[in-house]
Design a protein around this ligand. Structure first.
Ligand SMILES: [Zn+2]
Length: 187
């Protein structure tokens, strides 16, 4: 009985919080973007659950680690729609390439970043412990940062921090600058 996403933890045995799947709640007025977020989060969670069910060898949520999350993110790349140029492509670094090229399509960094955020929230809403949240694993953060930097270079765009959440504190300036100042990349 669709229990593949349930936790084996005993501390939530008395909270059957999952409503029956009626599948008919799509008539909600599109007034708030938060309900759209909630719907997207639910879809993402279902997608991840499906991924776990199809995983070989079998994988349960409670045994899911950051490494499995990375596996999931790489798996999603085959459905990506964002052209990411390779180093050898003549359009490497061009935001708007003038001609087609055979470079692969990937999931855009922004999509992955938002997806991980939604799944991280969903994990805890579904009974997962924050300290065991695989979507908050350090490896996942590092992977996302790596994807962001490499896609910024490959696509010739910069991802500005427009999010209102929590801007990271700026790093303290080094006392003795040892490197020449960086040149602006998009001149
Ligand atoms: Zn290319």
């Amino acid at each position: 009985m669709n229990s593949s996403l349930s936790f084996s933890g005993s501390d939530m045995a008395s909270s059957p919080s999952t409503p029956p799947n009626t599948g008919s709640s799509a008539m909600a007025p599109p007034s708030s973007s938060s309900s759209r977020y909630e719907n997207q989060k639910r879809r993402d969670w279902n997608t991840f659950g499906q991924y776990l069910r199809n995983h070989r060898p079998p994988l349960t949520l409670s045994r899911c680690s950051g490494a499995h999350v990375l596996e999931f993110l790489r798996y999603l790349d085959q459905f990506g729609k964002t052209k990411v140029h390779t180093n050898m492509c003549p359009f490497f670094g061009h935001p708007v390439p003038p001609a087609p090229c055979p470079c692969p399509l990937r999931q855009a960094w922004g999509s992955l970043d938002a997806l991980v955020g939604r799944l991280r929230a969903a994990f805890e809403e579904n009974g997962g412990k924050p300290e065991a949240n695989p979507f908050g694993a350090r490896a996942v953060r590092l992977y996302l940062r790596d994807v962001r930097d490499s896609q910024a270079r490959a696509r010739g765009i910069s991802y500005e921090k427009k999010k209102r959440k929590r801007p990271p504190p700026p790093p303290p300036p080094p006392p003795h600058p040892q490197f020449p100042p960086q040149m602006a990349e998009d001149q």
